[in-house]
Write a protein that binds this ligand. Structure first.
Ligand code: CA
Length: 226
């Protein structure tokens, strides 16, 4: 496993240094930036696993950086706020921050918060794809629906894994058949059969929900969760 990379955006060198020290001590890799504007470019080029983001930066505020980051990244963000103000904390979390630490703080506290956040957001990273209520654990070839592990046949698993790649996208029967890697002589109908049994299993978790949608004459899609 590659080491977890933390991007620290903090204009005060002394504070940045103590953070680097505390985070390295916990086995994290770190990179320090002093300006908000540089953060976006760096995150596009070499995305970090978490961003420690000072609110009071000299060029653009940490809040603005967070807003811009959220347009293309769901990286966890831990705000560093100088003021112990309720407003800053609320704004920070409302615009997509994961947590905040008020200055002055102990670097160990920051490291501890980082670990908590990483634990919490793990499902949306690395080896898992999360389409709303589904979690796909690729390595285990297991798909959870609302937390419940589904007991799927290989064909059902491949079908659902395919639909999960792009919730909302309609897959034709031919595309889905392709994914099943079944012999060519098997008809489209078999897709309908697998979808039927897959739906029955999803209904065991929630009888009212219909996450798999039929598009007549086109194919199937997974209901987009957002
Ligand atoms: Ca600052």
């Amino acid at each position: 496993m590659s080491p977890v990379r933390i991007l620290i955006v903090e204009d005060e060198p002394a504070i940045a240094e103590t953070l680097v020290y505390a985070l390295k001590d916990e086995g994290f890799q770190t990179e320090v930036l002093h300006l908000g504007s540089a953060t976006l470019a760096v995150m596009r080029e070499r995305p970090a696993d978490l961003v420690v983001l000072d609110v009071g930066l000299p060029d653009i505020s940490g809040f603005e950086v967070c807003k811009a980051l959220r347009r293309f990244s769901d990286v966890p963000i831990l705000f560093l706020t100088a003021r112990n103000s309720e407003v800053d904390r609320i704004v920070g979390l409302e615009i997509g921050g994961d947590d905040y630490v008020s200055k002055p703080f102990s670097p160990r506290e920051v490291a501890a918060r980082v670990k908590v956040i990483l634990k919490r957001v793990k499902p949306r990273q690395a080896d898992q794809a999360d389409a709303g209520e589904f979690q796909h654990e690729h390595a285990a070839r297991r798909i959870r629906y609302r937390g419940a592990a589904l007991e799927l046949t290989l064909s059902e698993y491949r079908l659902l894994a395919c639909l999960l790649e792009h919730p909302g996208r309609i897959y034709t029967r031919a595309e889905l058949l392709d994914r099943l890697e079944l012999p060519a002589e098997i008809y489209d109908r078999s897709i309908d059969g697998h979808i039927k049994t897959l739906r029955a299993k999803l209904k065991l978790v929630d009888a009212a929900a219909e996450p798999v949608q039929t598009h007549r004459g086109l194919g199937y899609s997974l209901k987009a969760a957002w």
